[in-house]
Write a protein that binds this ligand. Sequence first.
Ligand SMILES: C[S@@+](CC[C@H](N)C(=O)[O-])C[C@H]1O[C@@H](n2cnc3c(N)ncnc32)[C@H](O)[C@@H]1O
Length: 283
Amino acid sequence: MTSIELLADALAAYRAGDRERATELAGQAGRDGSSLADELRTYLAGDGSAPVYDQPSAFTAFIRGGGNVGLYRALSTELAARYDAAKPESLLDLGCGDGLAVVPALEQATHVPARIDLVEPSAALLEGVHERVPAAQCWQATAQEFLARDDLGWDFVQSTFALQSIEPEQRAEVLRTLQQRAGKLVLAEFDVPEFTEGSPEHLRSLVARYERGVAEYGEDASLVAQGFLLPVLLGLVAGHERTNWEHPAATWAEQLETAGFTDVGVEPLADYWWSPAVLITAS
Ligand SMILES: C[S@@+](CC[C@H](N)C(=O)[O-])C[C@H]1O[C@@H](n2cnc3c(N)ncnc32)[C@H](O)[C@@H]1O
């Protein structure tokens, strides 16, 4: 058996609640030279339950390395061009993280909105963002909490790889609210392929893509794998402690149309190990 098959079986065992068998299979795959297998075995030996955005050293190393360097460069450039074209007076970023997309976008843009609201539930990630964008109001809250506080509107609302963190029913409510309160909406997300969850094809595809992802991190591979990539992967596989709900770009577009947006478009943003990144725009 190849390491991809062994690791797909390890994920199937984990999904079925058999952590011991998953560890054993990861050990076998590791003998084939798979870095993902070694990381999975280490991860399964610990308790592995820390929320991925609360102790952010792994996440911040992840987004500042590997294919994320080119991805974020492309993203900030695109956002800056859109601020300059649309000249919004007000800007909202939902789930801004530590500002890796929005801060360089504002620095590159000629037009800077007069009112900027940056919303992020993780205090650890939000810390330091205000210093870098003194003109912004920073709010430690989820998108759901923030939008429920009052009925402000924004000319331009963006959310980069963050709405995937909200499970689809709650997200539908967030999108309905945004439809009434956003001039333009720009989402960055991944155009992920669709599989039957937990099927052998799904698990093999996850293994092949995560192996590529881990391989991009060199010296930081263990930090990034243990603190971010593996909790996300196992959350996807097992369903409990799930941190992400992603979709093909066409499904994101449908969700926006269901929320009442009429002018919905999808544009390629960058190639990426996980799936192609896209910009989804709506008004
Ligand atoms: C993959 S990170 C992206 C961060 C940032 N937008 C970027 O592009 O670097 C996902 C972000 O969504 C945030 N998040 C999680 N749940 C959220 C929610 N309910 N509302 C808003 N943001 C949320 C996380 O804390 C995290 O900062």
